[in-house]
Write a protein that binds this ligand. Structure first.
Ligand SMILES: Cc1cc2nc3c(=O)[nH]c(=O)nc-3n(C[C@H](O)[C@H](O)[C@H](O)COP(=O)(O)OP(=O)(O)OC[C@H]3O[C@@H](n4cnc5c(N)ncnc54)[C@H](O)[C@@H]3O)c2cc1C
Length: 504
């Protein structure tokens, strides 16, 4: 995977994809696999923004059952199986436990029926999956077994638990990179640290995008017969300058201990006044990750206030909500080893329902049809889980608009994780490989996304300096660049652990 900006500037592409999060990565891979000439440009590192900060659950959509939305549920089940099939080294089965309470919709009889229906609707869920990636049926379990799986399982009013299987992303940023790399291997030109400043149109048709190389190579145009802006929460401001769109601030915390052997969902007691986005009584999930536990998600309207202040408010609220639901846990801020956050689109009148509720459907716009430039598309995704399927839909529309006789989508069948470097390799080997074949350009790419160095509790300064020396040798950095890179990594490690954090 080579960062070849000369050829990026010299080639005319069928489609230019803006944004290398999971949605842009899947679009680039799909289009390249269908034989289109593809360029993908990302202003940061691939998968470093919203996609790196998800709770890592690949949802099979059990929650949609309660609403009778079987179409959406089947879509989630299909995409969950697809990820387990095409990326088995990066996605694994995840048992999920929720308490059963009372005799109503949260009681054992209702949950037994829901699990049975879930199994029935997902009868084909294990088709063509490797044995270690197959999902067993759900079942009801006793209170004693719940306590064995989660010692702080709430005892008050519970009659045991319901256990089913979803899937877990082992490293979301690595899966995003796997899609980018697969696209590059199929001929896509990909580049990180290239910011798109504007989309260029001519005579009612899109012509490409103006790009600035943030590694100092200047500005240039990338020409494309079509452009897909998949820039996550920044999509709206890129396609309609001056309009940022309405978003929720979403926060997860990482706790420095393994709290449970399964993922656990517990209801928050919070009402709508303190939970305006979800409307109160939402599920909080604990998701074990080796020696730590991800906890989330807390939401608030994104008002433009300082993300650090909002995250601090969210941290206090989330810990209090969890403390009320599982009093035995007694977590405090001292237990938090990482904060991850991102922005998610709200319905905002584009979908039925409350304007300030989370959007449930991806926003796909063909701007040519909507009165803008022909060949221009934009996408605001809502779930990591369904990104591949959404990309398929977007590429279908691009192919139709271009009038191309491209082949059908094959991304549901082709493995994307093969040949990815081994994160457990010695640092020197891994860092060299990441620079040479995974487009690591900055030290933060190496520490936070191409090695296990950044995993909580995170490296000390000495280790960062050691990694800096290796990368400086590989990339020919001056001493001052090396020092700047080290300081930037230390800043990010001290902060919220999110690349979306502004400078402290
Ligand atoms: C806290 C939290 C928890 C979540 N939990 C889950 C979960 O458990 N399961 C699930 O399925 N989903 C979850 N989600 C949702 C999921 O993470 C997102 O829907 C998904 O990652 C969005 O991907 P994306 O590619 O659209 O956006 P992003 O990952 O943000 O990618 C957009 C990219 O565009 C780039 N970009 C922006 N502007 C420009 C520009 N001008 N030029 C070039 N590039 C640009 C950005 O740098 C970024 O890398 C969660 C989200 C959050 C925030």
């Amino acid at each position: 995977m080579e960062r070849d900006l000369t050829s990026l500037a010299d080639t005319a592409y069928d489609v230019v994809v803006v944004g290398g999060g999971i949605h842009g990565a899947c679009i680039a891979w799909d289009a390249a696999l269908r034989g289109l000439r593809v360029a993908l440009v990302e202003r940061d590192d691939f998968g470093a923004a919203t996609s790196a900060n998800s709770l890592r659950i690949v949802h099979g959509g059990l929650r949609y059952l309660a609403r009778g939305d079987l179409t959406r549920m089947r879509e989630s089940i299909r995409e969950r199986s697809t990820l387990l099939r095409i990326a088995p080294t990066l996605v694994e089965p995840l048992p999920v436990l929720v308490p059963t309470t009372g005799a109503g919709t949260r009681g054992r009889a209702a949950l037994r029926a829901a699990l049975a229906l879930n199994d029935l609707l997902s009868l084909d869920r294990n088709r063509e999956l490797q044995p270690g990636r197959r999902l067993p049926p759900g079942r009801l379990i006793s209170t004693a077994e719940c306590h064995r799986l989660f010692p702080a399982f709430p005892s008050a009013d519970t009659s045991g638990g319901a256990l089913w299987y979803d899937a877990r992303l082992l490293r979301p940023e690595r899966l995003t990179l796997a899609f980018v790399r697969a696209a590059a291997r199929r001929g896509a030109a990909v580049a990180n640290y290239c910011r798109v400043d504007r989309v260029v149109s001519e005579a009612g048709r899109v012509r490409g995008v103006m790009v600035t190389d943030l590694e100092g190579g200047g500005a240039f145009e990338v020409r494309g017969r079509s452009v897909v802006v998949a820039a996550g929460p920044w999509t709206r401001e890129l396609v309609a300058p001056g309009h940022v769109g309405a978003h929720a601030f979403a926060l997860n915390l990482e706790i420095g201990r393994r709290l449970a052997e399964t993922a656990v969902g517990v209801r928050a007691a919070t009402g709508p006044a303190d939970d305006p986005i979800i409307g109160g009584h939402r599920f909080i999930f604990l998701v074990p990750q080796g020696g730590t536990t991800l906890l989330g998600t807390w939401y608030a309207p994104a008002t433009g206030a300082s993300p650090r202040a909002t995250a601090q408010r969210g941290e206090a609220a989330l810990l209090a909500e969890l403390g009320a639901a599982c009093p035995a846990l007694q977590l405090t801020s001292a237990d938090v080893v990482r904060r991850q956050w991102g922005l998610l689109p709200l319905k905002d009148g584009r979908e039925p329902g409350r304007r300030d509720a989370l959007a449930e459907r991806p926003g796909v716009t063909d701007h040519g049809v909507a009165g803008g430039a022909r060949g221009m598309f934009s996408l605001e995704g809502v779930k990591y889980t369904t990104a591949r399927g959404v990309a398929e839909h977007v590429v279908d529309r691009v192919v139709a608009e271009l009038g191309l006789a491209a082949s059908a989508c094959r991304t549901a069948r082709v493995r994307v994780d093969e040949g990815l470097g081994d994160l457990g390799a010695p640092l020197e080997t891994r860092a060299r490989e990441a620079v040479r074949s995974e487009m690591a350009v900055r030290l933060s790419d190496i520490v936070l996304r191409r090695t296990t160095l950044g995993d909580p509790p995170g490296p000390g300064r000495e280790q960062v300096v050691g990694a800096g020396r290796i990368v400086a040798g590989e990339l020919g950095w001056t001493a001052s660049r090396e020092e700047t890179e080290i300081e930037e990594v230390m800043r990010q490690l001290r902060g919220l652990g999110s690349t979306m954090e502004p400078a402290a």
